[in-house]
Design a protein around this ligand. Structure first.
Ligand SMILES: NC(=O)C1=CN([C@@H]2O[C@H](COP(=O)(O)OP(=O)(O)OC[C@H]3O[C@@H](n4cnc5c(N)ncnc54)[C@H](OP(=O)(O)O)[C@@H]3O)[C@@H](O)[C@H]2O)C=CC1
Ligand SMILES: CC(=O)N[C@@H](CCC(=O)OP(=O)(O)O)C(=O)O
Length: 344
């Protein structure tokens, strides 16, 4: 097929620069348009100097029809709440959209409105948009007009948990997810909590019991495994640029009528079978670290016994498999390319 023409809405943020960077080495896709409200008229490379000399796209003001005319697909990199209306305008204008926000990820409007504290502008679409995790939903992504790109923390929990729940190897309640993220996860817009002086040499928990990614994890694990789960999710901000490490404490079950509890080896074998065909998800023997996957679309996961529990460790890069890498992977699936094109 012809080169896929890509636009970015919200082009001055962190996920946008990662999309632009990945597209520089994509053999079958090209960045052709970019928009932002504050920096209209400037070269994109002026906002993201690492693009100097290799990207001549100028930032435009957002106009759905103009963007749709230029692009086969638009990466909508706006904050949740602001994204849904823009996604609707783009879809109505006839282009395909990958939405980076959480506006279409959940199955229920009620749950969305409770956790996000806003009225959804396009509620009838909730539950109709495919979740952009090709490892589980590639068939629907292929023909989708709109794809809801997964959340970063949820990716690091859904991928290790779902196969184990589906195989009945672990209990569905009493799952504790302790996650740590680099500061780029909070986006580029200045917030006091993400300033250097606040984050350097310090680790802090936030959103304890209230973080909006808890319901996303439970919703997706249920959709993938067919079984309802109830998790406890606590995120932490750590002094790194990028990366997420999730440490997940679970209880093993007696699987398949066997009268012994599932072992770490059983879980590892389950992951190997589930992700046998995956080009990015890698069960590993070592304990994964964020550095092992930094700047890549890979997911590394390991399991260890500890007391009467099993401990799952999963590492991703929040800006790659946690956002822009996943979006490129989704785009590849949508346009009939090998899913790893431009990502290896
Ligand atoms: N950072 C990460 O690791 C991840 C981020 N995401 C999600 O991806 C999306 C983008 O995140 P990220 O790149 O980090 O965000 P940033 O804060 O870095 O950038 C946001 C972009 O959106 C534009 N924008 C901000 N507010 C509005 C608004 N109200 N209406 C229209 N445009 C707006 C900004 O430009 P301007 O103000 O000039 O218009 C900017 O270009 C978010 O939904 C985020 O939750 C998902 C997974 C991981
Ligand atoms: C470190 C940090 O602040 N992380 C962000 C989550 C990252 C993100 O962008 O959220 P979505 O994946 O849902 O879009 C947060 O906790 O809100």
């Amino acid at each position: 097929m012809n080169e896929v023409k890509v636009g970015i809405v919200g082009a001055t943020g962190y996920t946008a620069i990662e999309v632009a960077r990945l597209l520089q080495s994509h053999p079958s896709a090209k960045l052709v348009a970019a928009t932002s409200r504050a920096d209209e008229g400037k070269p994109l490379a002026e906002i993201h100097p690492s693009l100097a000399g290799r990207c001549d796209v100028q930032i435009e003001t957002f106009d759905a029809l103009a963007i749709a005319e230029q692009c086969d697909v638009v990466m909508c990199c706006l904050p949740h709440g602001a994204s849904a209306e823009t996604v609707r305008e783009l879809a109505n204008a006839g282009t395909r959209v990958i939405d980076f926000s959480a506006d279409f990820r959940l199955s229920s409007v009620k749950v969305y409105e409770k956790w996000y504290g806003v009225t959804h502008p396009w509620p009838e679409k909730i539950g109709q948009v495919v979740y952009g995790m090709p490892e589980f939903f590639a068939d629907k992504i292929r023909d989708a007009k709109i794809v809801a790109n997964p959340g970063c923390y949820p990716t690091s929990a859904i991928m290790p948990l779902s196969p184990l729940i589906k195989a009945g190897l672990i209990e569905t309640s009493d799952i504790i997810i302790d996650s740590k993220s680099g500061v780029s996860g909070a986006g580029r817009s200045a917030k006091v909590a993400t300033l250097y002086c606040e984050t350097n040499e310090s680790i802090s928990a936030y959103g304890v019991g209230t973080h909006r990614h808890g319901p996303e994890i439970d919703d997706l694990v249920k959709r993938i495994s067919g079984t309802a789960v109830s998790t406890i999710f606590t995120p932490h901000l750590t002094p790194m640029d990028r990366g997420i490490l999730s440490t997940i404490y679970v209880r093993p079950r007696n699987a398949d009528g066997k009268n012994k509890l599932a072992s770490a080896e059983d879980c590892f074998a389950c992951w190997q079978a589930c992700y046998d065909e995956s080009q990015f998800v890698t069960p590993v023997e070592h304990l994964p670290a964020t550095k092992h996957v930094s700047g890549t679309n890979y997911v590394q996961m390991a399991v260890r016994p500890s007391g009467d529990r099993l401990v799952l460790i999963c590492a991703i890069d929040n800006l790659a498999k946690g956002a822009s890498g996943a979006a490129i992977q989704n785009m590849n699936v949508m346009f009939g390319l090998d899913e790893s094109t431009g990502l290896k």
